[in-house]
Design a protein around this ligand. Sequence first.
Ligand code: HSE
Length: 307
Amino acid sequence: MNEIKIFSPATVANVACGFDVLGFCLDTVGDEMTIRKVDKKGIFITKVEGFNLPMETELNVAGVSALAMYEAANPDCGFEIEIRKNIKPGSGIGSSAASAVGSVFGMNELLGQPFNKTELTVFAIKGEAFASKCEHADNLAPAIFGGFTLVKSVAPLEVLQIPVPNNLYATIIHPQIEIKTSEARAILPKEVALQDAITQWSNFGSLIHGLHTSDYPLIKRSLHDIIIEPHRSKLIPYFEEVKQAALQQGALGSGISGSGPSIFSLSEGLEQAKSVEKAIKKVYSKTNIEFDVFVSKINTEGIKIIK
Ligand code: HSE
């Protein structure tokens, strides 16, 4: 096999109370990438479609993670990477993560899988860090492993896979404004009050328990973020209106997807997720900001080969 085409999915990081550690994988939206083995040694970005991204390997997120793996594998060949970017950079649904994991996943397949998923995530962290100026894996891990993942530690990397309740669906609204992760991180306080930390880790623990036991009412009672959301929500127009519309429509919870501007809601059942979609569409239709909205089942497979 000399060429492979892959689907690299969008992801939701943080999931309210799990800042920098929790994430889940979407299945409706993702990038398509073609990776090709070539005789000439090195990593070459040969095509980028969809959005205007650098073609220089060292300046392209997919190139940076590919180089990290290439150095470790030291293969007797090179690789060309073509990217069909469908996830808008700065959208909050793991655009840089999809690029970062796509190249290393594809190369690993073409080399006969010398690396496991955890090792691939370690290489991808280099690409993600290049984009967001911080080594975090809460979008990378769900893109590679699928489902819900908990990044227990980044160095050394330890990823836990959390079970996905069968009937859980996400509704995502993506307002067409750009928020840079690095900027959304810069506005966060360096310290938190002990009482807030207690509330947050109690919600986080009970969310994980709710996911393990498919306890939807417990998931609903746990999807709260009292530490990050109060700061970042100011960057997202009509955030509160969208959240309230989703909750009134019966969503289990709603919050900022990654560093925004996308907003995620979780629902029990497809019908519920679709009625949340309708309700939040209504909120944004009254604004002059363009937006996309979509419903997705939680993708338990993660990144996959399409050809
Ligand atoms: N956990 C990261 C953040 C995800 O919220 O800054 C963004 O990529």
